[in-house]
Design a binder for this molecule. Sequence first.
Ligand code: WT7
Length: 662
Amino acid sequence: MTESTPGGLENLLSEDRRFPPSPEFTAQANAHADVYSWADADRPAFWAEQARDLLDWDTPFEEVLDWSGAPVARWFADGQLNAAYNAVDRHVEAGNGDRVALHFEGEGGDTRTITYADLKREVSKAANALTGLGVETGDRVAIYLPLVPEAVFTMLACARIGAPHSVVFGGFSAEALYSRIVDAEAKLVVTADGGYRRGAPSALKPAVDEALTKGEHPVEHVLVVKRTGQDVEWTDERDVWWSDVVDSASDEHTPVPLDAEHPLFILYTSGTTGKPKGIFHTTGGYLTQAAYTHRNVFDLKPETDVYWCTADIGWITGHTYVVYGPLINGATQVIYEGTPDTPHRGRWWEIVEKYKVSILYTAPTAIRTCMKWGEEIPSKFDLSSLRVLGSVGEPINPEAWMWYRRVIGGDKAPIVDTWWQTETGAIMISPLPGVTETKPGSAQVPLPGIAATVVDDDAKPVPDGAGGYLVLTEPWPSMLRGIWGDPERYADTYWSRFKGLYFAGDGAKKDDDGDIWLLGRVDDVMNVSGHRLSTTEIESALVSHPWVAEAAVVGANDETTGQAVVAFVILRGDAAGGSESADEVQTTLRNHVAKEIGPIAKPRQILVVAELPKTRSGKIMRRLLRDVAENRQVGDATTLADSSVMDLIAQGLSQPGAKQED
Ligand code: WT7
């Protein structure tokens, strides 16, 4: 079991605050208490009904679930549909073309209102332009864009022609972008000159230019959205402006009917080894669970709600709960390009007030940051429109939960703490508003149609009140269909720890009521501000610097970001001429990691040490390093090959200048 968990959540099982749904909320809720029993009675039948109810099919399916090729599931496999048709056209055909799909708010305050009819035109034009650039059904398209409407248009244009997209978060480096382009064999990259970040234009295209000089690649064209008007370098033949090819394209386009198991997208995420995994999702099952969960977990009423999920489209949350879930459901939503504190710390609350946002979905790290800034900031705005609050990405500590409920939700909006992963595609464990009595800090119960439990080392379900590992015991519609190009790694990573069970990588406990509490990762994966980072990947980045002989990275508890990256490095004897100060070494290496992976992976601290604690078999004992990083008494070190190492590290760190933060 995990030795330490973010926020020390294992001590919080005595939580006895309870928030039953109000009778008024329950009376109008989409979800009803009896749904659990009927979904449990026949899971595939439950999902088949959702698939028929929530989606329009070009060819209706007869087959529901085929699990004969486990661990690769096939859902609704003989059916055909198109994701973009379901997200856009059918709403226009149903007479809702004038409904706002996107309220875009730029960081600098520029806005754009896009109705479903507008969206249909924009997506059709983009689809025609992609086809004009040689993209065909089955080809992959890399998307490296800020959160601007064109990002949504491009994703849906890809879906419309059946070209799986691979969105790469704009904060990733040229190196990271290059490896993702090559792994997915993307033919086209869609990017922008730049985006706005903390009040200033921040360039994006240079990273694409640099990525495409790193080696062989299959990219034929780079499609460039003009967002900031920054100067860009131009490669004739390869680069094309969005305004040249999309704006002039026809706004008539027929969506391509695709098999339910046609890949919809690839999204890379960090695993326990150095190389990011291309998680891929297909169409019918993914869309079914995206739509079902979005409608029921957020109690969406498409005619009246204004929904806002603060995630970037570079993460799975942006795929499922900015693009596919809300648009399939015909929702009106806000998308915001910028950061919560630009130009002031009330920016988010100003947006909630302005658009009368009724459903807000964000991450605990953001809530904790706002708590730190003080409640007088949100209190200046009218937040009375909010009626459902969601949380995702990491465990939410009860204190932040209570603050979210009281200060943002006016003590009335139910909070849904939603557990899921890039791999699960959609929400798996969460309360249902109007049904579940909520508890601060616990994601509580698997959704209807989902089978999750907590098991011990021998794969036996633990009794209430005990801890272990979170596993999923039955296939679900939006489950990943694999790791792009590496079926073996898929089986090894998720299905080998416990036979026949999907192992999520999270530690969890069941409380006395049988509710699930997530306790953080038990593998070498860190969760920083709800973003997944791999210790090994950052270690590889560090040792790729000529000064570094060896590196060990751990995720240490952090009040705001959940976990923070702390690196221990051994410098080479001849490194850096020895004249650099600890400060310079730290800055250089932090920047090096940012360049190799992206600024999100920058270690909070880099500690130069003379030795690393290792077992006799040479495995680094990260547990001990985490104790040091969290200023704890160092735990049991009896399995160390050399027991004096920890003393050495402790002594070294107590010297002035050795341990610094910024
Ligand atoms: C990991 C998945 C799901 C979208 C964002 C992150 C952690 C996620 C919760 C939650 C406790 C959570 C888990 C999981 N996680 N949601 N509500 N409570 N932990 O997606 O990058 O694929 O990361 O995030 O550790 O395994 P991701």
